[in-house]
Design a protein around this ligand. Sequence first.
Ligand SMILES: NC(=O)c1ccc[n+]([C@@H]2O[C@H](COP(=O)([O-])OP(=O)(O)OC[C@H]3O[C@@H](n4cnc5c(N)ncnc54)[C@H](O)[C@@H]3O)[C@@H](O)[C@H]2O)c1
Length: 434
Amino acid sequence: MSSQPQSASSSLSIPSYLHADDLGPWGNYLRQVDRVAPYLGPLSRWLETLKRPKRILIVDVPIELDNGTVAHFEGYRVQHNVSRGPGKGGVRYHQDVTLSEVMALSAWMSVKNAAVNVPYGGAKGGIRVDPRALSRGELERVTRRYTSEIGIIIGPNTDIPAPDVNTNEQVMAWMMDTYSMNQGQTATGVVTGKPIALGGSLGRREATGRGVFVVGCEAARRTGLAIEGSRIAVQGFGNVGGIAARLFQEAGAKVVAAQDHTGSLYKSTGIDVPALLEHVQKTGGVAGFAGADTLANEEFWTIETDILIPAALENQITEKNAEKIRTKIIVEGANGPTTTAADDILHDKGVLVIPDVVANAGGVTVSYFEWVQDFSSFFWTEHEINERLERVMREAFTAVWQVASEQQVSMRTAAFIVACKRILMARELRGLYP
Ligand SMILES: NC(=O)c1ccc[n+]([C@@H]2O[C@H](COP(=O)([O-])OP(=O)(O)OC[C@H]3O[C@@H](n4cnc5c(N)ncnc54)[C@H](O)[C@@H]3O)[C@@H](O)[C@H]2O)c1
């Protein structure tokens, strides 16, 4: 085998079940891996490992709808890499979920878990379903059937799902119950992000947004930006974006723009975040909020800010809008919000991008705390959790910042260098089986 890394377009790197000319998010991930290849030294002989998910399960999820008809949904669980520990990653419910997307998300979980040094591999799951179109009963049936179908590869010691877009504590409770019923014993450690009453962790719900806030403050501190009075824009006002917005506002920043799937808002003096969160809770989106002006969606990206937080979906910052972005720091709350082409444009413009694999790792970090607490049946205080979370996030940020300065690379490439070295070192030490 050649020691040269394969390029994203190499046929060796592209499994037959994907189309080489339309790789989707997986293609974006492959390009990111290619960028790190020159920095891996002798470990680059294992690079192809990162370009091949270890295991992919595609399942049919049939349920009876409330009107008596039967509907079928496509479900996935991808375990990208388990060299450093069991698979770990969320489950996404979205009508546009694809295999390529779940593959990329699972790979970013491998990188993220290694970047913050929690003892997990990377995995991800998804169902191609619009949960908003389902009743609560239908949602429960979809969740239970999906959990049962992927039950053959998940488990507290093998692969531990968690919430992602459009899934929440209730969905995790149903997943935990379904897995437990099939096992004949309660297995709280099979999922994280559970309700507190079922072995969930204090601080988990806020953890990703809190982590975004912590690394945002670190990035600001190192670039001489004061958070007090700074202008923030947030795309996605859900779990991640909503919490991050609230914490930045509490620290004295102004959230001047917000966007979600229902529309965009602007207020130069700062939106009242708790009021907007209440509005979103009641109406399902930011649209119609009386406390700010409505903004055309494409204008959202042109608003002048100090920190921009994409916290919705992937591929939001592309070569089409990157040029127009006027901000100093981008903190990626979402997974994969920036394409590689956009990354280059932002780099040339001098925008500091704190990559998803570091910026949104707060969620998986507290998921790790939850899993440890479940195993020991001993629960920590919220203060202990937040303190440990902040320490993990700061340490990860500092390690990546150092590599970025030493190697003169972007924070994303630096995070990939740190993480891929850890994954491939584990691969090398374990050796190839048989
Ligand atoms: N929840 C976590 O712990 C966690 C952890 C790490 C990463 N993430 C990532 O953060 C992102 C958001 O996750 P979440 O848990 O906050 O989900 P969520 O479902 O709570 O919120 C998603 C938000 O994105 C918005 N959105 C959806 N489509 C949009 C569009 N086309 N344009 C603008 N906004 C749109 C929705 O309106 C909503 O406000 C995802 O990329 C997810 O993978 C989440």
